[in-house]
Design a protein around this ligand. Sequence first.
Ligand code: SAH
Ligand code: SF4
Length: 344
Amino acid sequence: MEDLYALSESELSARLTALGHRGYRAKQIRSWLYERGAASFQEMTDLPKHLRETLEASFTLGALVVESEQRSKDGTVKRLYRLHDAQLVEAVLMAYDDGRRTACISSQAGCAMGCVFCATGQMGFARHLTSTEIFEQAALYARELQQKGERLSNVVLMGMGEPFHNYDAVLEAIRRLNRELGIGARHITVSTVGLAPRIRQFAEEGLQVTLAISLHAATDAERSALLPINDRWPIAELLDACRFYVDKTGRRITFEWALIAGKNDQPEEAERLGRLLKGLPCHVNLIPLNPTTRYDGAPTALPDASRFVEILERYGVPATVRVRRGIDIDAGCGQLKSAVQKRR
Ligand code: SAH
Ligand code: SF4
């Protein structure tokens, strides 16, 4: 059985011809898949019955198997998918009051970057996902929404893994989100720990994707202690690549900052960050740390987070404190997988 989501139109057409059907049906089938979000072959009512039977016997509508699923009170859905080789990856769907429906998807099983406070980093690296495995996490949520008359509007690559460590597959997945699910580049966000050469390469792709940079500290010593990859591409080099991205794309950059109590949430640190980002078109997302088992740090209290925002504002750097969605269902990077493994 072959996964239908893994085939391009011409590949599907060739398969159909080989199975004794008309190749032009490929277009029709793909329209059911992507434009109408069909979840079964029976729904494809304008296809001849014998073709539907052939499809049923030869193809699957997705290769990802739901290992576990949790639904939060705030409407967040969190899934752990099992891949063909038993690797587990997370994909989250978030529903916002303004109608946005955002899927947060993974780019790798595990991660090789070893950021100390991150549940995925603590697991280590298993393997890269294929472009289809990345794309399909979003496509399956899109399909479920289409079945309810809703639409997946945004995708963020902020799940497990470092997207720019799996550059080609991520780029292909983004192109497919764009082409097949109709999600505009401006509604897609790639979050990176800061692989400077890949940021520059990404700037040259001619896409209007939002780039998010996991910064978390304003000095190299502190950043290297949290994100070891900073030794390879320190802050100055990272920010040069960010300026290049802004120049090439005209897009402002999002900086992510996990607020850790007593560690990177002090007024002096906010001042340093303000000086660092002053004048760069950007936005800072402050996210109180989500505690993980192997990192002993606590989230910053709200009043301290607000003070941090005020200081940044004095430097003309806009910042927002983000509420964590799905906090009741372990919906932090890599945290569902850790929780499921613990329960086993
Ligand atoms: N590898 C990419 C994308 C996945 S992580 C990256 O690092 O950017 C998505 C975001 O969650 C990153 O900003 C990451 O630093 C942050 N993050 C990871 N663990 C966290 C935790 N325990 N609490 C808060 N944010 C965390
Ligand atoms: Fe990897 Fe991102 Fe986690 Fe760092 S924060 S270990 S780059 S997934």
